[in-house]
Design a protein around this ligand. Sequence first.
Ligand SMILES: [Zn+2]
Ligand SMILES: [Zn+2]
Ligand SMILES: [Zn+2]
Length: 315
Amino acid sequence: MSEEGTGATRLSPDDAFSALGSEMRVRILRELGTADGPLAFSELYERLDLSDSARFNYHLDKLLGHFVHKIDDEYALASPGERVVEAILSGAVTDDPRLERTPTDQHCTDRGRRLEIEWQNGNVEVYCPECESRWNQSWGRVGGPVAADSGYLGRLPLPPAGLKGRSPTAVFRAARMWSNLELIAVSAGLCPRCSATVERELLVCDDHEADDGVCPACESSFAVRLVARCTNCIYTTGTGAAWGLLATPELTGFLFEQGLNPLAPENPDRLDSVLSGYDEEIVSKEPFRAEFTFSADDESLTLCVNRSLEVLDST
Ligand SMILES: [Zn+2]
Ligand SMILES: [Zn+2]
Ligand SMILES: [Zn+2]
């Protein structure tokens, strides 16, 4: 460990995680993270309700310089310590709650049936009991992809804390919002996990035959799919290509005009039906041009894009 408070330390992942490898140190981080401000040694010691100050001092010292800074005889979390506490409190690294498949108050705009959700492995999976699947495979399961049950409409990432105190409908809305914020970042080329650059690629199915269901060639209902991979971390996502336009003024402007707020959707079912129920047409293969047409009530918007998902024309 370096001199306390210099902030100049760079730790290897091994050293960083071994510095966290004690219940006491994790408690210290949580206590500092949930305090109103920096804490003096004695305040922190009292909050932890300990009887051995030498042992406390030993563990605190292990955190100093990287996870915890000492400023004017008080202790506060440094940014890496904040990230650790956030990850703990999100439940993402510890919790594995259960939400079995449950109906929500949101209805399928195609068939009017209540949409159902299930939480698994950090994702809300969405189903319609009456519709064809949009995807044959679920990529969100441990060791995925695995064959998806019928009526599978896709998955929305949501950390375990997103389930706390929420009804199934509220969980669905929160997951839609969380997912849209991710997709807006991806749409702008930014990794929603680590902020590095994501590389985006369009996958085009040459033999696409979906007929309101899943195409056997690409195992999706979308002929043009977007795959995004972070150039730095392990984040990767795949979706219908039009979701990659969520950061464009053309699409967001259209959605807002239709009373659909993609940032905080009141009606995730209606937003979903506009953003997933678009028509797609591959206008030209070389150079690649595709048109996506979004419809809401009597209004529609057609965006023509190239292979980089740049909007070339909007009508
Ligand atoms: Zn349906
Ligand atoms: Zn296909
Ligand atoms: Zn990343």
